[in-house]
Design a protein around this ligand. Structure first.
Ligand SMILES: [Zn+2]
Length: 222
């Protein structure tokens, strides 16, 4: 169970290095502020999980949930694993991939999180049901056309680059593509939002459907 009752964040990503590329700044900013951040990564192997743990250590991640699945194994059956992480970490918000991403595993991960957030809140299924307040969609290679939140990551940018470099097996790909892209994208988002560096997100307010939620009771609509 998590330490303390304050707000916390869970990042759910498809591959080791997505946590840095999409939300490395968000993780470091909140860890710096004493807000616990946990990460669940749905695929991995010995090498990449070792790199992931090194990167998570640099960013200040509290709990790291690793997996040994290959890419093509990411499917709907993972919902329970995401639910378990939500019930353990009990996050106020979840950060994950965008359903508009070009990468199929990222899209699948995004849909899994949507479903898991809903299921984790079912008091009929889990005595320790937990309700996530908001889901944030991060950017990796596909940029949001209409971002709603630009998080100023100027103070932690160097730390994210250091964490990204821990993913040694990925850093030489295509002439250091990932570092170049993270550099360029966070600079672009910084220009757009009036700071040196930023990470962009879109926010989803989870739909909690069905008669399972006492907290849905209200005496009026406006
Ligand atoms: Zn990925």
């Amino acid at each position: 169970m998590p330490e303390g009752d304050g707000p916390s964040i869970l990042v759910v990503c498809a591959h080791p290095d997505d946590e840095c590329l999409g939300a490395g700044g968000a993780i470091a900013v909140h860890a710096n502020a004493g807000i616990p951040v946990d990460v669940l990564c749905l695929t991995g192997n010995d090498t990449r999980n070792r790199e992931l743990k090194d990167a998570a250590h640099v960013l200040g991640v509290r709990h790291m949930y690793c997996s040994f699945r290959e890419d093509f194994d990411v499917d709907e059956s993972l919902k329970r694993e995401v639910v378990d992480a939500i019930l353990l970490s009990r996050p106020e918000i979840v950060i994950t991939h965008s359903p508009m991403d070009y990468n199929r595993a990222h899209v699948t991960c995004s849909h899994l999180v949507d479903e898991a957030v809903e299921w984790a809140s079912h008091v009929t299924l889990y005595p320790d049901a937990h309700r996530v307040k908001r889901v944030y969609h991060m950017e990796i290679n596909s940029l949001h056309s209409r971002p709603q939140v630009m998080l100023d990551i100027g103070a932690v940018y160097g730390r994210v680059v250091k964490a990204l470099r821990k993913h040694i097996s990925q850093m030489d790909r295509a002439g250091g593509y990932y570092l170049k892209f993270y550099d360029a994208r966070t600079a672009l988002r910084g220009v757009q939002s009036g700071c040196d560096r930023a990470e962009a997100f879109r926010i989803v307010l989870p739909e909690h459907a069905g008669p399972f939620y006492p907290k849905n009771a209200t005496s009026r609509l406006v």
